[in-house]
Design a binder for this molecule. Structure first.
Ligand SMILES: [Zn+2]
Length: 87
């Protein structure tokens, strides 16, 4: 993971309600998120999209479908679910 960038202070995951106040690049790059970048909740892997550099929203069903066809995203998604699996 790259450096964490702080986002909207009061943003909560639309799916699990987890407070999300920072984002970091899954490929280790050190740049801030850009409009259209995909974000996954690190608690429940909910799929979200950056509207601009520091605000995110839940992906639409159409976006989710397209995003999940991306193998790299899919791997991170699976890793989050695996890491947060109840024992
Ligand atoms: Zn979540």
């Amino acid at each position: 993971m790259g450096r964490a960038f702080f986002i909207d202070k009061d943003f909560h995951c639309p799916k699990c309600g987890h407070k999300l106040d920072a984002a970091s690049h899954s490929d280790g790059k050190d740049h801030a998120p850009e409009k259209g970048d995909v974000s996954l909740c690190f608690k429940c892997a909910a799929i979200m999209v950056f509207d601009d550099r520091f605000t995110i929203r839940k992906a639409t069903p159409e976006e989710e479908e397209a995003i999940m066809r991306d193998e790299a995203v899919r791997q991170v998604y699976d890793a989050i679910l695996w890491a947060n699996e109840e024992p």
